[in-house]
Write a protein of this length. Sequence first.
Length: 329
Amino acid sequence: MTIPSVHPAAVLLGAQAGAAVLPVCDHYSGVEVRMRKSLQLQAEMAREFGTCVFDVTLDCEDGAPVGGEAAHARLVASLLREAPADARVAVRVHPVDHPAFAQDMDIVLGEAADRLCHVMIPKVERVDDVIEAEKALERNAGKRLQLHVLIESPAAVHHAFEIAAHPRVQSLSFGLMDFVSAHGGAIPESAMSSRGQFEHPLVVRAKLEIASACHAHGKVPSHCVVTEFKDADAMQAAAARAAREFGYTRMWSIHPAQIRPILAAMAPDEAEVQRAARILQAAQAADWAPINDSGSLHDRASYRYFWHVLERAHATGHPLPPQVLHWFA
């Protein structure tokens, strides 16, 4: 008996079928004019690609001037209220031990919790920080919201698996610049560059620990920034290495010019998409039993891989073969 009505994700992923598939790019802005432009660009590119290809994160931590934290939080809340109902917009608040943290949560969530897709918590050191943030969510109408956390120190890397295991955490991001600075000069400045960050052993180890922690617990690993924002080639090369060598499925953007290179680097190529579609169609026709494709055996283990190829293609706006479009309707 065939089961064409059963969605491939339900068959192949089981209990993980409902896990979040996030846009591969997370775009940060904290200045009002740039926040407005980011929201406008998100809408324009969603129309172009037929899906939302990047999140916009409005930044309270680095965006707010010292002494002006409350006013900036109110600005962020007003922008959230103005955003289209289908926009994917998040907020980065101050760290849980910062005097402005509770204020950020009270103002932004108090005024616009229903418009947020998640809340980013920076400088998370241990799971206790996640628990503190979760309590603040629940005090401010944020019970449905997930937390994204930023890992920025050696101690945080040490606790990455425990942090990733927390059910409220959806994604872990690596904070490269703070991580390097946290070593008191023991890691050279070159390790903050687009190339050097993939070469220094301590930075490489941190990246791998975070990605491994995420994959162990079904969370999304998000790669750090590339500061050379005018160098599109450096951006795309870094994104490609993050995806193909380090297992990251999402990456930060700090300038609009970085968004398309991230999408291009993290998208599967056309041949891989076509092969994934062909194999999954044959697998469904075989009731998900093993199949022979051009002399190669495939079963549910490889089917899961090819399903993720199609998910990544969809998340990056890569055109899907017509025969699998209904899976993403």
